[in-house]
Design a protein around this ligand. Structure first.
Ligand SMILES: [Zn+2]
Ligand SMILES: [Zn+2]
Length: 244
C-alpha cells in the first residue's frame, strides 16, 4: 500500500474515497516512458556499487564486516534509522543508503552510509531524494521536514506529522534522529569525506553514463524494431489467413 501510494500519489484523479483506487490510465501512460530510464538508473547503481568496492578496499572495511554490522545495531538497535519503529516482518526492513545510490544523491555502499530502515520511510525518502530540498545529504534533508520550512503541501512534512502529530515532539524526534545518524557516522568519517569529495566527479560520470545508456537504448531498439518489422513483413502470411 505504501509503495502504491508513493507511486501514484501524483495522479489523484481516479482515486476513490479511502484511497482504494488510483488513476489506471495515468499509470499505464507512465509505464511506457519508464522502461528506458529504469535501465539507465540500474546502470548508475551498478557503477556506484563498483566505485564503492574500490573505496571499501582502500578504506579496509566492508559493509559486511561484523564490526560494521555491530555498530549499526549499537546505533539504531532493531529499529528503523529514521522513524525508530521496530523492524519486524510486518514493517518490512530494508537495507537503506543514507545518501541514496542514485543520480541526485550519489550515495555509495560504504561504511557510514548503510543501515536499516522500514519500507515506508524508504519509499517516502525516495520521494524527497528527487528534490533534496532541505539539505545536500538525502538522510539530512529527509529528517529536516519538521513542518517549519516547507510549503503546506509538502508531502514529507505531512508524512512526519502523521508519525508524530504533536509539533514540539516531532521537532524533537527529528532532531534526535539527525543527531543519532551523525554519531553513528563519526567512526566512518574517512568514507563520508571521501564520498563528499568524489561527488562532483561522480556526478559528471553518472550524467554521461545515463545519457549514453538512454541514447544506446533508443538507437538500438529503433534498429531492432526496424529489423523485426522487415523480417516479419517478408514472412507475413497471405491475406486469407489474416485475423478477422
Ligand atoms: Zn521508518
Ligand atoms: Zn517539508
Amino acid at each position: 500500500m505504501a509503495a502504491r501510494d508513493a507511486e501514484y500519489r501524483r495522479s489523484p484523479k481516479g482515486r476513490k474515497e479511502g484511497g482504494v483506487s488510483f488513476d489506471v490510465a495515468a499509470a499505464l501512460r507512465k509505464s511506457t516512458g519508464r522502461a528506458k530510464s529504469d535501465v539507465a538508473n540500474k546502470l548508475v547503481s551498478m557503477f556506484l556499487h563498483d566505485v564503492s568496492r574500490k573505496a571499501c578496499a582502500a578504506g579496509r572495511m566492508m559493509v559486511s564486516d561484523p564490526r560494521y554490522t555491530d555498530s549499526v545495531v549499537a546505533a539504531f538497535g532493531q529499529g528503523c534509522l529514521y522513524c525508530g519503529k521496530e523492524l519486524t516482518d510486518s514493517v518490512i526492513p530494508v537495507v537503506e543508503h543514507l545518501n541514496g545510490m542514485n543520480r541526485v544523491s550519489v550515495g555509495l555502499h560504504v561504511p557510514g552510509n548503510v543501515a536499516m530502515a522500514c519500507k515506508t520511510c524508504n519509499n517516502q525518502k525516495r520521494d524527497d531524494d528527487q528534490r533534496l530540498s532541505l539539505a545536500l545529504n538525502g538522510w539530512e534533508s529527509f529528517l529536516s521536514h519538521d513542518g517549519s520550512r516547507c510549503a503546506p503541501a509538502c508531502r514529507t512534512c505531512a508524512y512526519w506529522s502523521r508519525i508524530w502529530p504533536e509539533e514540539s515532539g516531532r521537532v524533537q524526534a527529528l532532531s534526535t534522529a539527525r543527531q543519532r545518524v551523525l554519531a553513528f557516522q563519526e567512526p566512518y568519517m574517512q568514507f563520508i569525506q571521501w564520498s563528499a569529495g568524489a561527488r562532483g566527479i561522480l556526478k559528471v560520470k553518472i550524467e554521461a553514463l545515463y545519457r549514453d545508456c538512454q541514447r544506446f537504448a533508443t538507437d538500438e531498439i529503433e534498429k531492432l524494431v526496424a529489423e523485426v518489422n522487415l523480417e516479419f513483413a517478408s514472412a507475413k502470411p497471405s491475406s486469407s489467413s489474416e485475423p478477422s
